[in-house]
Write a new protein. Structure first.
Lengths: 300, 400
């Protein structure tokens, strides 16, 4: 009687350890079941590797060749493409002369909108139309560029920004942006750099470094630089450092005058009513005008 | 003397048993407390690579959700999804189930020769009706050629591999119901069941034995029918290339059924390659291929196609003068897409489950010559995301 009772009791620990051991075994085996492909798959894998190695820029050129689309710098005559091989663009290139009168005529309705401060919202169709125009254009910058994305004017694949950054801190954004193979790049940065640079000429030199970085990806890319817009009157009175913005802006204009980069003048758009409360950034209506005016400058 | 001997022995046994009980209690406590602690300490996983799905996250606690019971339900899902060593316990359960002769686990049947087949759940009529209504409304408000390709699953084509008397919803009934609801609309429905049944003897396999997807071979065998419903032609002469013969698909991890045989994944190489560029909402930059080497080497080699599921893909090809295509799809389309590259100048691919862009804006920007819905029956019968994406469109038009 007592034997019968104790035997299963004695067995209990053994059974328990066996189960525990089995569990551990299954646990170990479950981590080992991934197998490797055999050599039969080698040719196919080499095909995938070759696919991955295809260079997007070369393929883009092939697509443009096949479909007869304009080369990346459409809007320019073919002879406007003689850019130095090293891509530095330090000499003035006698590219096609922009006729300011043409732009002014085109932008006349926008001037009226700004002067009267009656800026109509873009309809979804109009906005989509602009988004299509900007298909091969990328905007890079700080919070000034960020607003283009935040206001929903262009999507995240077309705007690359770092809030609060100096122009010299944008190399990562530039590399990321250039993998989208744009044909036009717009730089739009603001007052941060009055902090980072005391000398406007050093600022312009730093800008040229980043432009060279863009051109090192593709020397045929057209580069556009937006004005550094001044602070609002109130903020400007309180902050003399920010009030120096026009000096920096002049340095950008000089830079564009002596290289192939083109300057997009935004100063005519600045109205006290269009500032946000911080006196630095602008409201949505400013940016709808920006979107249209920049498109005119880009000939898109 | 004798008496004290037995008491000694008894005492000895008692201490042994006691010691064992202590260990038993300790192991028990470690399992429970340790499991709980691990659950708390280990970071929650966003998705399960083995099951190829997003896992539940910790639900938000609000008074409303607690009292309505939503929180409790969501928490239960969260607790079971994020349980430590979940995969191990799933296989353990399947193993113990198979010992007692069960051949269904987590909606997966173990069929002839260990072929795994996913069960078809009954469609929710109301949701299905909403989806089809949204598709019809879209096709009426947008000028294009609309087509809907519906791919049956393994349970239909390989019904002979199912265990005897396995209860599953009928896909032919489902397809008939979809066809009935689409009747009279300008969406052309192509049910690939007959095509795949006809190809069954010549193309093997049409479905992966360990995964819920169809094979590239099956997709290729349907190419003429799909082209004809789209009204396009394209590249001929494709060579199948084996890229993996060690594929263990999601049905294994989902069910826990072990498998000794693995699957082979093929990609098809065209004789006349097409130049194309792909960009996507969750991709960095443009790439010159739809294939992903990283995907091939990952735990889910099916992601060799498209590198997984992107909410939105934009493809630009060198096929000048050809049309443009907008696709709403599930992952069955991933291995089919390469076959369409030679037929279009641009292809935009929307996966409504992950799509968070603006469809209306896309439609303003493009005049698509074809709009294609491409789903497998199992996914489509349960889908709610397509009606959401198309529904926003309708709402947008109303407010205009």
């Amino acid at each position: 009687m007592s034997k019968n009772k104790t035997m299963p009791r004695k067995m209990l620990p053994i059974l328990f350890y066996v189960i525990l051991g089995l569990l551990a075994l299954i646990f170990l085996l479950s981590g080992m079941h991934r197998k490797k492909s055999t050599e039969a798959a080698a040719e196919g894998q080499a095909y995938i590797t070759a696919e991955m190695a295809k260079d997007p820029a070369t393929v883009q050129a092939a697509i443009q060749g096949a479909t007869g689309e304009a080369a990346p710098s459409d809007g320019l005559p073919a002879d406007g493409l003689d850019i130095p091989a090293d891509g530095t663009q330090t000499e003035a290139v006698p590219a096609q002369e922009e006729d300011p009168a043409v732009l002014q005529a085109m932008a006349a309705p926008l001037y009226d909108q700004i002067n009267n401060l009656t800026i109509p919202e873009l309809t979804p169709e109009e906005l989509a139309g602009y988004q299509q125009k900007y298909a091969n254009t990328i905007v890079i910058g700080d919070s000034m560029a960020q607003a283009v994305y935040e206001y929903g004017l262009l999507d995240g694949n077309h705007v690359y920004f770092e809030r609060g950054a100096s122009i010299s801190m944008l190399s990562e954004e530039i590399d990321e942006a250039m993998t989208m193979l744009p044909s036009k790049v717009i730089f739009f940065t603001g007052l941060n750099d009055t902090d980072y640079f005391d000398d406007p000429n050093a600022y312009a030199a730093a800008y040229q470094d980043r432009i060279n970085q863009v051109l090192s990806w593709n020397p045929a890319v057209e580069v556009y630089i937006c004005s550094m817009t001044p602070p609002g009157n109130e903020l400007g009175a309180a902050r003399p450092d920010l009030a120096r913005a026009p000096e920096y802006d002049a340095a950008l204009q000089n830079l564009c005058a002596s290289t192939t980069s083109k300057y997009i003048d935004l100063n005519w758009m600045v109205r006290q009513e269009l500032y946000l409360e911080d006196g630095i950034h602008f409201d949505y209506s400013f940016y709808t005008v920006w979107l249209q005016y920049a498109a005119m400058n880009l000939h898109i | 003397m004798k008496h004290s001997d037995t008491t000694k022995k008894k005492k000895k046994v008692n201490t042994k048993i006691r010691k064992f009980y202590k260990i038993l209690a300790l192991v028990f406590a470690v399992f429970f407390l340790g499991g709980f602690l691990l659950h708390v300490i280990l970071p929650d996983k966003e998705q399960s690579a083995k099951e190829k799905r997003m896992l539940s996250r910790f639900p938000a606690i609000t008074a409303g959700s607690v009292f309505s019971g939503h929180f409790g339900d969501a928490f239960e899902k969260y607790a079971s999804d994020q349980m430590p060593f979940r995969d191990l316990f799933v296989s353990l359960k399947a193993f113990s189930d198979s010992l007692i002769g069960k051949n269904e686990s987590q909606g997966v049947y173990r069929g002839a020769n260990g072929f795994l087949l996913e069960k078809m759940d009954e469609a929710e009529e109301e949701k299905l009706g909403e989806t089809i209504q949204a598709m019809k409304a879209f096709s009426e408000g947008y000028a294009s050629n609309f087509a809907f390709v519906l791919v049956p699953n393994a349970i239909s084509i390989y019904a002979d591999k199912l265990p005897a008397f396995a209860p599953t919803a009928s896909q032919s009934d489902f397809s008939a119901s979809v066809a009935g609801q689409l009747a009279g609309s300008n969406i052309q429905l192509l049910d690939l069941t007959d095509t795949l049944k006809a190809a069954k003897d010549s193309v093997d396999p049409l479905y992966y034995r360990t995964d819920h997807h169809w094979t590239t071979q099956a997709a290729y065998s349907c190419l003429p029918q799909v082209r004809s419903v789209l009204g396009v032609d394209g590249a001929e002469n494709w060579t199948p290339m084996l890229v993996s013969d060690s594929f263990v698909g999601s049905l294994v991890s989902k069910s826990g059924f072990s498998t000794r045989k693995t699957d082979a994944i093929y990609v098809y190489k065209p004789e006349q390659p097409v130049n194309y560029l792909v960009s996507g909402s969750s991709r960095e930059g443009k790439s010159a291929t739809l294939y992903s080497e990283e995907g091939l080497q990952s735990g889910d080699p099916y992601t060799v196609f498209l590198g997984g599921n992107d909410g939105m893909l934009h493809i630009e090809t060198d096929q000048a003068g050809k049309g443009s295509l907008l696709v709403f799809k599930d992952s069955y389309f991933n291995c089919f897409l390469p076959f369409l590259l030679s037929s279009y100048k641009t292809i935009d691919v929307v996966d409504p489950r992950y799509f968070c862009d603006d469809l209306q804006s896309l439609l303003y920007q493009n005049q698509y010559s074809n709009v294609l819905f491409f789903y497998n029956m199992n996914t489509f019968s349960q889908d709610t995301s397509l009606s959401l994406v198309l529904g926003e469109l309708a709402a947008g038009e109303v407010t205009e």
